[in-house]
Design a protein around this ligand. Structure first.
Ligand SMILES: NC(=O)c1ccc[n+]([C@@H]2O[C@H](COP(=O)([O-])OP(=O)(O)OC[C@H]3O[C@@H](n4cnc5c(N)ncnc54)[C@H](O)[C@@H]3O)[C@@H](O)[C@H]2O)c1
Length: 255
C-alpha cells in the first residue's frame, strides 16, 4: 500500500486516531494537510487550526486548501459528553459541509473516509429520519431540520454516528457515479484515546463492563489508522460504500 504522490486532508490530527492517521499516511509517502481546533504536535506538510463546528470557518479553510486532493479523512469528533449542538455540528454537519466543499477537488478514484463508530450500529432503526437529514441541503438546513426533530442529549453521539453511516452510504452512490469519488466509513469499537473516559461516562458502567467481557481490549489508535489509510489508498480502489468495523470483532459478538 503506497500513498506516494497523494495529498490527504485529515481532520482531528492533534490527537488520537487523527494523529496516528496523519503519521501513518506520511510514512506511506502522502503529503498530509492536517486540520484541528487545537495546535498539532507532529510533523505535517501543512496544518490549519480551524473550528469544524463553524461553517464560516470551514469555508475559510476550503479557500486555503489545494485545488486537487486525493482523499479527505474526516476523523475529528467529540464524545456525547459534549452538548447535542456540538455533537451535531462537529460529528455530522461540519463534516458534511467540509466534504461537500472539497468534493469538486477530489481526484477521480480518490475518496472520503468518515470515522463513524460501533455506537452507530442501530442506524436501521431510524433509517427514515437519517435519510431525511441526509437530504437536507447544506449546514443551515441541517440545523433547521434538527430544530424540528430534536435529538436527546443521552443518545446524541449514537444518533449522529448512525446519521453519518447513512450519509456515507448515500453519498457513496451519487458521488461515485458522478465524480468517481469513493465514500466509506470505519466503525471503531473502543479506542485508547483521550476521549475513552468520556464514553465510559456516556454509556454507564453496565454497558462498558458488558462490552469489556466481549473483547480482548480497546484498540490502539494506530490500528484504526491502518484501516483509514487503506481506504484512502489505491489498494481500496473498488471499495465504496462500506462501513468497515475496526473493533477486534466486538460488533460480530451481537450475532
Ligand atoms: N476513542 C474511541 O473509543 C472512539 C470509538 C469510536 C469512534 N471514535 C471516533 O474517532 C474519532 C477520533 O476520536 P479520538 O478517539 O481520536 O478522539 P480525540 O479526542 O483524541 O481526537 C479528536 C480530535 O478532534 C478534534 N476536534 C474536536 N472538535 C473539533 C472541532 N470543533 N474542530 C476541529 N477539531 C476538532 C480534537 O481537537 C481532537 O484533536 C471521533 O470521530 C470519534 O467519535 C472514537
Amino acid at each position: 500500500m503506497k500513498l506516494h504522490g497523494k495529498t490527504l486532508v485529515i481532520t482531528g490530527v492533534s490527537s488520537g486516531i487523527g494523529a496516528e492517521t496523519a503519521r501513518l499516511a506520511r510514512y506511506y509517502g502522502a503529503r498530509v494537510i492536517g486540520v484541528d481546533r487545537h495546535p498539532v504536535n507532529l510533523t505535517l506538510d501543512a496544518f490549519h487550526q480551524v473550528d469544524l463546528a463553524d461553517p464560516a470557518s470551514i469555508d475559510a479553510l476550503a479557500v486555503r486548501l489545494p485545488a486537487r486532493i486525493d482523499a479527505l479523512a474526516n476523523v475529528a469528533g467529540v464524545p456525547g459528553t459534549a452538548s447535542v449542538d456540538a455533537v451535531a455540528r462537529v460529528n455530522y454537519l461540519g463534516l458534511r459541509h467540509l466534504s461537500e466543499a472539497l468534493l469538486p477537488r477530489i481526484a477521480p478514484g480518490g475518496g472520503v473516509i468518515n470515522v463513524a463508530s460501533i455506537l452507530g450500529a442501530d442506524w436501521p432503526q431510524r433509517l427514515d429520519l437519517h435519510r431525511e437529514l441526509a437530504d437536507t441541503a447544506g449546514f443551515d438546513s441541517g440545523v433547521q431540520w434538527l430544530e424540528v426533530h430534536p435529538v436527546p442529549q443521552a443518545t446524541c453521539y449514537q444518533y449522529f454516528k448512525e446519521a453519518l453511516i447513512v450519509w456515507t452510504a448515500k453519498r457513496s452512490k451519487d458521488w461515485f457515479a458522478q465524480h468517481s469519488v469513493r465514500v466509506n466509513s470505519v466503525a471503531p469499537g473502543p479506542v485508547f484515546t483521550p476521549i475513552l473516559g468520556d464514553f465510559v461516562t456516556m454509556l454507564g458502567p453496565e454497558r462498558v463492563e458488558a462490552d469489556a467481557a466481549k473483547m480482548k481490549r480497546p484498540a490502539y489508535a494506530d490500528e484504526v489508522a491502518e484501516a483509514i489509510v487503506f481506504l484512502a489508498s489505491d489498494s481500496a480502489r473498488w471499495i465504496n460504500g462500506v462501513n468497515l468495523p475496526v473493533d477486534g470483532g466486538l460488533a460480530a459478538t451481537a450475532i
